[in-house]
Each structure stands twice: as C-alpha cells, then as structure tokens.
Design a protein. Structure first.
Length: 345
C-alpha cells in the first residue's frame, strides 16, 4: 500500500524574466505574439538603433584622428632621442615631455576604443532577445512608444513552464522522515486539482528548505514537474501527495470499517456462523478510503463496512456478496441487525 504525505502547494515558474529595455529609444518592432512559446536567443523586439549607430560612427572617427596624432608623437619622440644621443641638440627635458605626450595620446586612443565598445554594446541592446525558453505573457508596451532604461514597467514577461516547480508545505515532524527517504532515492510527487479529484502531473522532489516557519510549524519543499501537457500554471493552487514509500505485505481494509470507542479502535468481524465479533485493531495509517492495519486482523477475515451502529458483539449479520456471485443461504437475522461485510486484503 502506498504511503503518502499530503500538503497544499503553489505552482511557481521555474524561471520568470521581466524583459526591460537597457537603452532609451522608440520601440519600432515587436516580433512575438502574446502567449507564444519562444526559444532562448529569439529576437523579441527592436528599439530604434539609428542614434546609437551615429554615436558609434563618431567614436570610430575620433579614434582614427587620435591614432594619427599618436603615430606623429611617437615619430617625434624617436627623433628627439636620436638628437639627444648623437649631437645633444635636444635636452632631456624635451625628450621626457614628448614621451609624456605619447602616453597621453595612447590613453586617449584607449578611451576612444572603450567608447566604441560601449556604442557597439548599446547597438546590441537595441535588439532584445529572449534570455530563456518559455511562454510570453501579455504585451505591456506597444510599438511606437518611447522606452527608457529607467522604466519600472517591463515590456513583457517570460515564464518557463517546462519544467515547472511546485512549492508545498509539510508539518515539521514529517521533515526528518522525508529527509531520510531522500537519501535513499528520488521521491515521487503527484499534483492534484483543488478539488483533489484530477491528477495534474507527476514530478520529483527537488529539495527541502533550510529552515522551518515558526508561525505555522511547517517546512517548505520544492518539487519539479516536466509539465509536458502544460496542465500546471504559475500561481496555481494544487494539492500535493508525496509518495514516501510503498509498504508491502500489508493488511488493508476499507476505512469505513474502522470504529472508535472508549475501548479504542476496533472493527466488527464476520464470524463463520454469521455473527459479528468486536476485534480491537491498530491502524498504521489511513490513505484515501483505505486503512492499513498494523495488528488485530488476518487477511482472510471479513469485516463489516455498513450498519455498524446497529451491531454489538454476537449480533446476527448477513454478508452481501458482490453482484454475479451465488446468493448466500437465507439468514435468520432479525430486522435492524444486519451489516454489510467485505474481506480484508
């Protein structure tokens, strides 16, 4: 019998990216449709690159001029050094001054090169590409609008839905057991709809948070789902079932058979003479409509699942067989003293 831990979870996109402009300009092109799936590296939008192309041309012209000045200064420095060494027609001070000028012009050329690289980078920023593969949300800015690097609103939002994550909570007392089973292997996690009727997907437990919420006494866990059919959406509330283990060779009965009274937990057992007997049992755990019995029953016994409120020890009962099986012999049980039985498994 599978042993599940249940909790309430919230779906979270594996990655969420708010796409914003890194330069100022007019939004001239939008290359996506709302709700479209895009791949990493796809061109999403274009901001008017012409102003930044002009800046690049100016920077390239400036470096061309400064490189010419640098070459001339280096030639003069070589002449001054030769005159100083051969004839002494130049003073050491003039040579040092020329060397300083060469260094200044070299710094100017390097600054020009950095300006060119910055201009090229801004041209790259004019073409907005997708940093991840995911689904595009609603367009937040239309073509023709001016956008700025300081805008607080994003142009669009991309969420990665495949895979997708689910964050859920479990009581802090369950976390040591979960941690022990994680060390033995990967744990399976099932996500169900809010009414707990529809299974939305199966994933794997990723990790346990590094702290416990003291206000609720719970720990947060994260599971990852492939979500190939896109049945899970960010911020969706789901019911989570964490498969902790499968207990084999278990005695399992319908949970409806379990009764509770001053003497503890018990069931009514159908005896061979069609009478009911009270049997104390120990319930290991209950899952859905089934109960795992730790002790008190053997697999061959039949337990009563209906009409227990009319029974007591020694009451006559009639065991109702599934349809298609021969009816049992007529019973002499008085009216109001019948119950329905089912075999344990």
């Amino acid at each position: 019998m599978p042993y599940y831990l249940t909790g309430l979870g919230s779906v979270s996109a594996f990655y969420t990216v708010n796409i914003k402009s890194r330069v100022d300009g007019e939004l001239v092109t939008v290359n996506f449709k709302e709700g479209q799936f895009v791949n990493k590296g796809d061109l999403l939008a274009v901001i008017d690159p012409r102003p930044y192309q002009v800046v690049l041309d100016q920077a390239q012209a400036a470096i061309f001029r400064d490189q010419a000045l640098l070459r001339d200064a280096k030639l003069n420095l070589d002449r001054f050094r030769n005159l100083l060494q051969v004839s002494g027609a130049m003073s050491q001070q003039q040579v040092d001054t020329q060397a300083s000028l060469v260094d200044q012009l070299d710094g100017t050329v390097r600054n020009d090169q950095a300006t060119i690289e910055n201009a090229k980078l801004n041209l790259v920023y004019c073409h907005i590409i997708s940093p991840i593969s995911g689904r595009v949300g609603l367009r937040l800015v239309d073509p023709g609008n001016m956008v700025h690097a300081t805008d607080t609103n994003a142009l669009l939002v991309i969420t990665q839905l495949q895979p997708i994550a689910v964050l859920f909570t479990l009581p802090e007392d369950s976390l040591p057991t979960v941690s022990q089973h994680m060390g033995k292997g990967t744990l399976e996690v099932d996500a169900y709809s809010r009414d707990d009727q529809t299974k939305l997907g199966t994933g794997k437990l990723e990790t346990i948070d590094n702290q416990i919420d003291q206000t609720t006494g719970t720990g947060r866990l994260k599971a990852v789902f492939d979500n190939k059919d896109s049945s899970l959406w960010p911020n969706q509330f789901v019911n989570i079932r964490l498969l902790l283990e499968v207990r084999k060779n278990s005695t399992v009965i319908p949970a409806a058979a379990i009764q509770r009274g001053p003497q503890g937990t018990y069931v009514f057992v159908a005896k061979s003479d069609n009478t009911a007997d009270i049997r104390p049992v120990t319930v290991a755990f209950t899952q859905d409509n089934m109960a795992n019995i730790a002790s008190g029953l053997s697999p061959s016994e039949v337990v009563v699942i209906d009409g227990q409120d009319k029974l007591q020890a020694g009451s006559k009962i009639e065991v109702r067989r599934p349809s298609g099986t021969p009816p049992p012999a007529p019973s002499s049980a008085p009216s109001g003293k019948q119950g329905a039985g089912t075999p344990t498994s």
